[in-house]
Write a protein that binds this ligand. Structure first.
Ligand code: GLA
Length: 393
């Protein structure tokens, strides 16, 4: 038992705060995306895995609609009534001081209740997370899903993975105000231990794909940050929509390389390149699943490399730090492939590494990144974990 683990921290703090043991513990994981970047909002394919880093809530249900939550990592307490979570007040940027962290749980309560949703009861709870914040590992989706799982315990509604993910995405889009796709919420809900999960972002079906036991997934944090709310993400979405319109399809998922080449003369060059990334990335995801199923890790790694080049050159969402850490990883022993992961512009990369070379890889990749960038990257050997829910003891 590690006393610093969020599971232990929330349990201890709950007893201290409320004078009794919590009735339940819930957890919801962060994620790392192995391949399929900026495809989710194009109705495409993604292949993420849930991380063994998660947001945890210790809770005891209440009979009224009050939620009392102590956010340990922020050292802040908040209270709200689920009945007041009907409309986010128009105070602008949710990340501004006045917006406050409590808008996340309030947004979750709103999304769970709205349009044919659930009747919610409140809970007394304590929240803590070990998903690095702002690193592109879906720390906010983890918190949202953990709050949803806490409401599931207090309110006993049927937990439908796709429905919960869709509602959490609405909380993020409409309440928090970030125009993200469905990937983070869906993998957080649908993660499977030791597996990546192929998600079809159109019908939200999921297929667990076993990860090769002889390889490790390493997350490499550049120690650089860039907010998602930034205009670049929304601009990429708009360019993809423009490309779909020009190609006469409802989403780029429905376009193929031949149709894109045929339409190229009439397309804006930038829109063409954005579409080329999405169309080729969707194909790479399906090839990557095939490679895993064929036991061909080298091929999988090659597709990761190709994904990074496409994100760097065609989609233009990489950064100097991401390129440096990817190059450092690729040059290190045992690396089969590496790419940026998540929205981009900063945050993390992910590498596929032969376990036999893992210690040498970690040392060499960290040293190479240090000398290339002057920064201390953080390297995390990731284990694929289960999706959000009640923790079994
Ligand atoms: C962010 C968003 C996701 C997805 C990725 C890019 O993580 O939250 O929905 O669009 O960027 O693949």
């Amino acid at each position: 038992m590690n006393p610093d683990h969020p599971r232990e921290r929330v349990s201890r703090a709950f007893a201290a705060e409320y004078g009794s043991e919590p009735a339940a513990l819930v957890r919801a994981p962060g994620r790392v995306n192995l391949i399929g970047e900026h495809t989710d909002y194009n109705d495409g394919f993604v292949l993420p895995m849930a991380l063994d880093r998660a947001a945890w809530i210790a809770l005891t249900p209440r009979t009224d609609g009050i939620v009392r939550l102590h956010a340990l990592d922020l050292e802040q307490r908040g209270v709200f009534d689920v009945a007041t979570a009907t409309r986010r007040d128009a105070r602008g940027d949710p990340h501004a001081e006045h917006g406050g962290w409590l808008e996340y749980p309030r947004g979750v309560a709103w999304a769970l209740q709205e349009s044919g949703g659930h009747v919610l009861r409140g809970f007394d709870g304590v929240l803590a997370s070990d998903v690095p914040r702002g690193a592109g590992l879906s720390s906010s989706a983890a918190v949202e899903l953990a709050v949803a799982a806490a409401f599931q315990v207090s309110s006993a509604f049927a937990w439908d993975v796709a429905d919960v993910a869709r509602r959490m995405q609405r909380a993020e889009n409409r309440w928090v105000g970030v125009a993200s796709g469905i990937m983070d919420q869906l993998i957080g809900a649908a993660g499977v231990a030791h597996h990546a999960v192929l998600i079809d972002c159109r019908d939200l079906s999921t297929r667990p794909v076993p990860l090769p036991p002889e390889c490790a997934i390493v997350v490499l944090d550049t120690a650089t940050r860039r907010g998602l709310v930034g205009s670049a993400y929304n601009e990429r979405r708009a360019q993809c929509e423009a490309a779909a319109r020009a190609l006469g399809v409802s989403a780029l998922r429905d376009a193929d390389g031949a149709a894109l080449e045929a339409a190229r003369p009439g397309l804006d060059e930038l829109v063409y390149r954005r579409a080329r990334h999405v169309i080729s990335e969707n194909r790479r995801v399906l090839e990557a699943v095939q490679a895993l199923e064929d036991g061909d890790s080298a091929r999988f790694g090659g597709l990761m490399d190709a994904s990074h080049e496409s994100l760097r050159l065609d989609f233009e969402v990489s950064s100097e730090a991401l390129d440096a850490i990817v190059a450092s990883a690729r040059a290190a022993p045992g690396c089969l492939g590496a790419r940026m992961t998540g929205a981009g512009f900063g945050g993390c990369a992910v590498a596929l590494v032969e376990r036999a070379s893992l210690p040498e890889f970690l040392t060499a990749a960290a040293a190479a990144y240090r000398s290339a960038s002057g920064r201390e990257g953080e390297l995390l050997v990731a284990t694929a974990a289960a999706g959000a829910g009640r923790a079994t003891s």
